[in-house]
Design a protein around this ligand. Structure first.
Ligand code: HEC
Ligand code: HEC
Length: 123
């Protein structure tokens, strides 16, 4: 007669296999249809995400500092300034012989909204 322990082990092994095959067959979670950006004037669909990261890290800014819920509208002054800054940084980097990214938002901003343009005056 078969050892009941082996039977139990066999059943749990079988259910593990079944579980694994169910997982393997589970349809991929439906992806939220990515709405393509519709109001890019400087950045591209390929690089704008990196640009947003650079703005967040470089300025310590949050998405809502520049954006409404609809990211495409230009109602916030901060966004309009940032767009000019994206263009400025692109032009600065183009001026380097190798055109590589030497200057980023962080180069001037150092994690702050307002970069410091001059050393603090001595008391
Ligand atoms: C410092 C300002 C700033 C911050 C912070 C920022 N963005 Fe942006 N974002 C912009 C600018 C400027 C553009 C437009 C760039 C252009 O015209 O090429 C833009 C464009 C976009 C777009 C494309 C919208 C469209 O349909 O045209 C999306 C999406 C977006 N940002 C998402 C985000 C998210 C998510 C965050 C936070 C993680 C974020 N942004 C943080 C300034 C910012
Ligand atoms: C060469 C230096 C430099 C670089 C690089 C730079 N900025 Fe600026 N940024 C400034 C200066 C200077 C100001 C302040 C402008 C003023 O005096 O009104 C400023 C102001 C801003 C402001 C307005 C802040 C406020 O509180 O009104 C935003 C937004 C901004 N920058 C976004 C960016 C982003 C995004 C990047 C990277 C793509 C960037 N900047 C890269 C120099 C720079």
């Amino acid at each position: 007669m078969r050892n009941p322990l082996i039977a139990v082990l066999t059943i749990s092994a079988a259910s593990l296999l079944l579980g694994a095959s169910l997982l393997a067959q589970a349809p991929a979670a439906p992806k939220k249809a990515a709405t393509p950006p519709k109001n890019l004037k400087v950045l591209t669909a390929e690089n704008y995400r990196a640009g947003m990261k650079a703005a967040e890290v470089g300025l310590g800014a949050k998405c809502v500092d520049c954006h409404e819920e609809d990211r495409s509208v230009d109602t916030k002054e901060m966004k309009v300034t940032a767009r000019m800054m994206f263009a400025m940084v692109e032009n600065i980097n183009k001026a380097f012989a190798d055109s590589k990214e030497h200057v980023t938002c962080y180069t001037c901003h150092r994690g702050a909204m307002m970069p410091v343009s001059a050393p603090a005056a001595k008391e």
